[in-house]
Every structure is written in C-alpha cells, then in structure tokens.
Design a protein. Structure first.
Length: 284
C-alpha cells in the first residue's frame, strides 16, 4: 500500500491506498472455479495488503472488465463473492466501474485503509530481530489460494501487543518475499528449515509430485500469511498473544547487507532457495 499524508500530518490524516488485479486463468480459472470464488479472492488479495501494514480497511472500489459471454447470473455471483469478502471486515464497497470486452474476466480492486498508529512497513527489520510467520505454509494451490482469510485481526492484535519492526504478507512465497523484506531493510536473514511451519497441503503435494514439503512451504506462494520481524525480547511474548493466532519463529535477522540463508536439519548453511509465484502468462 502507499501511505499518503493528508493536510494535518498526524496518523489520523494518513490515507493508506492499495490497488490489485486478479485475472482469469492467472489468479483463478473460471473453467473450474465459481465466479463467487474469483470475486472473493480478488477482494481478499487487496485486504491482505491491509493486514501487512496492520491497518483497518475502510472502503473498497472495484472495477471489472467482463467477457462478452458474461451472463447476468454470473455478474451477480461475482458481485456476491466480492461483497462477502468485504463485509467480513465491515468494509463497504463504495463504487467502481464495469466494462465488457472480448477477453477474459479481469477484476481490479482498490482499498482505502486507516490506522491509529504509524503503519508498519517492510523496511524496518533490525539485526537480531526474530523472524516470525502466522499460519502454515505451502500447497495453497489445492484450494487455499481461493479461500484464505486475510490476517487483518491477527495483525491488529500483534501490533497492539508488541513493536513490530517490519511486516509483509506472503503472497509470492517465503522464498521470494523474505529477500524482498530484507533488501528493503538493508539486512540479511537466517531461517531454520526445521522451524518452518508446513501446511498439510504441502505434504499432500509432496506425495503427488515428489518435491519436498519444505520446498512447497518456501516456494509455492499465495499463502497470504504474515511475515514479520520483532525484537527478540518481544518474540518471547508471542505465547501471550491470542492463542487463536498461530505464530511461529522461523529464524532471525542478520547484520546489514547480509544474505538470506537456510540452515538445514544437520545445522549446515544452505544457499537461500530460488522460487515463488511469478506471473508467466499461464494458469494458476
């Protein structure tokens, strides 16, 4: 999101803005997915960025480019999916635009957020910080990439309980997103492979394709969990945060200009894996 200071200069005058796209046969596939699921995902992708800054979403704008084959029933179902996602966080859809063209469905969602405290950015991690994630990672393509819940409320609770130095959502996978946070912060990171929380879906994919579940947890993307850095003393308080929020310490931030590395089960330092979700023009 972009943070735009309005006249006055205080946090209450800070407008947090985000815009995101969701495309048929890239982020969803209407050949097998319902329009409601596509609408829900399009809105939740944008709301996940609100969670990443621990802000409260206050309004949504939606613009859709509908295929010429779209029916009234399809459009209604699409809107219902968008509406359900926004309503889950009491965030009204306040407007938008509709067009029809000879291509696939494209949904553009813009969100306005607000925060009573300075927004959390991805650029504030400090050497010695604990690196943490919410939830479990990997295997989202088995269905969670359509039906995830943005971590709006956990982000609010974590931000109220401790001083989070840096945070972002894991939309493209830990393998890709962690280096982005560390580059923005001017630091490196050391992640313990045994500490990475692996989702059961990653284990299911391992049985299908033979790739290690850890690979899926690091590289699949579209988990939409939170990655954040906190002072090591604050990290000890994570157990005192709402037990409904699953949080795992996966490693630490290392000194400025360091690299991201992975420590394997034998304590050996490995090169940080390459991977993550990248748009290639193909399907989901």
């Amino acid at each position: 999101m972009a943070a735009v200071t309005l006249p006055g200069g205080e946090c209450s005058n800070l407008a947090l803005l985000k815009i995101d796209q969701a495309l048929d046969q890239v982020h969803f596939d209407l050949r097998s997915h319902r329009p409601a699921a596509a609408g829900k995902k399009a809105v939740n992708r944008c709301l996940s960025d609100c969670a990443a800054m621990a802000c409260v979403p206050t309004a949504i704008l939606i613009s859709v480019a509908l295929p010429q084959t779209a029916t009234t029933a399809m459009m209604r179902e699409l809107f219902d999916g968008c509406q359900a996602a926004a309503a889950a966080f009491n965030c009204p859809i306040v407007g938008g635009d509709t067009a029809i063209w000879d291509q696939r469905l494209a949904i553009t969602v813009a969100a306005l957020g607000s925060s009573a405290r300075p927004p959390i950015r991805r650029s504030g991690a400090k050497a010695g910080d604990a690196l943490c994630v919410t939830g479990k990672l990997g295997g989202s393509i088995l269905g969670r990439h359509l039906d995830f819940i943005p971590r709006i409320e956990p982000a609010q609770q974590l931000a109220a309980a401790m001083n989070i130095h840096a945070m972002m959502d894991l939309s493209d996978g830990l393998a890709m997103d962690l280096p982005r946070m560390m580059t923005a912060s001017g630091t490196g990171a050391c992640v313990n492979a045994a500490w990475v929380p692996i989702h059961p879906d990653a284990l299911r994919l391992q049985q299908r394709d033979g790739k290690p579940a850890l690979h899926h947890a690091l590289c699949d993307g579209e988990d939409y969990e939170l990655l954040f850095a906190v002072d090591s003393d604050d990290a000890r308080q994570l157990a005192n945060v709402d037990p409904e929020i699953p949080v795992t310490i996966i490693g630490r931030v290392t000194p400025p200009q360091g690299e991201c590395v992975l420590v394997d089960d034998h304590g050996h330092i490995q090169v940080w894996p390459k991977g993550g979700w990248e748009y290639t023009g193909g399907g989901t």
